[in-house]
Design a protein around this ligand. Structure first.
Ligand code: NAD
Length: 270
């Protein structure tokens, strides 16, 4: 048995999970935490081969279960069906589905490229429809399931210049509620975690450049630029999202369904 991380090492032993967009950032953290809790994990995502291999290896090293990789592109419905079939073929079923893959593009509406709109809606919203609709029959057959959609605080509030992202994330909130109602009596919960700004490599990589461009300190970039709307003035940590995923997978969370759960340092309280 390899390193199984901290606590709950067998909470999800025997459970089979798929985490979309788990070669980086939040998804990778969730995949590692699921593995540490004993689950089998299908990792998915895009990226340069060396980085993908390292990500998959780190999930494998996090726990005792089986870890496999699917390169399915979440923009392509046929690749999504094939990914779900492969997970079922490998593990026998899917018990836990985490829809996390996401991309962003920022532009005023009049200049927003239609192709970017299509890609964001496909990746951030439609992919969750396709994974959920393909995985649900397997959860129904098993009589247990957990579907967790990583949306964003932008599932609840808007910011300018993010038309496609905010529309997609509001859509994820709606999809979460609908499917939760449909599956409410079948031991399958469906929830969405809505993070504020999370400390991922994507976000932290911009701090130095922004500080230089604006002539302010890195601390000021974090507090006054990036986290202007987040009262704690601190990034959310990836582990804080991953721990909530584990809790939602536990029996203690059986009555939490259809919820959009902010993890936002107080952003939505204002
Ligand atoms: P990230 O860029 O580090 O990771 C995104 C992951 O999605 C990567 O594994 C990437 O390969 C994968 N991906 C992107 N397009 C894909 C496609 N077409 N097919 C398959 N995989 C694809 O980003 P992150 O910050 O970890 O974000 C993860 C999720 O969390 C996203 O849905 C994002 O909207 C959401 N989120 C992030 C933040 C934040 O501050 N970082 C805040 C709120 C919500």
């Amino acid at each position: 048995m390899r390193n199984t991380g901290t606590g709950n090492n067998d909470l999800l032993a025997g459970k089979n999970s798929v985490v979309t967009g788990s070669t980086s950032g939040i998804g990778l953290g969730i995949a590692r935490r699921l593995a540490a809790a004993g689950a089998n994990v299908m990792v998915n995502g895009l990226g340069e081969q060396g980085q993908v291999d390292a990500a998959v290896r780190s999930v494998d090293d996090a726990g005792p279960g089986q870890v496999v990789f699917s390169p399915a592109n979440m923009i392509q419905p046929a690749e999504i069906s094939a990914m779900v079939e492969e997970a079922v073929g490998t593990f026998g079923t899917i018990d836990i589905l985490v829809n996390n893959a996401g991309i962003q593009f920022v532009s005023p509406i009049q200049d927003f490229p239609p192709g970017k709109w299509d890609d964001i809606i496909a990746t951030n919203l439609s992919s969750s429809f396709h994974t959920i609709s393909a995985a649900t029959p397997h959860m129904q057959a098993a009589g247990w399931g957990r579907i967790i959609n990583i949306s964003s605080l932008h599932a609840l509030v808007a910011s300018p210049y993010k038309a496609a992202y905010v529309a997609a994330k509001h859509g994820v909130a709606g999809l979460t509620k609908v499917v939760a109602l449909e599956l409410a009596q079948q031991n399958i919960t469906v929830n969405s975690i809505a993070p504020g700004y999370v400390e991922t490599p994507l976000v932290t990589g911009q701090i130095t450049d922004t500080a230089r461009a604006r002539g302010i300190t890195e601390d000021e970039v974090v507090r006054d630029v990036m986290l202007a709307a987040q009262p704690t003035k601190k990034f959310i940590q990836i582990d804080e999202i991953a721990e909530l995923v584990i809790f939602l997978c536990s029996d203690a969370a059986a009555s939490i369904t259809g919820a959009i759960l902010p993890v936002d340092g107080g952003w939505s309280a204002q």
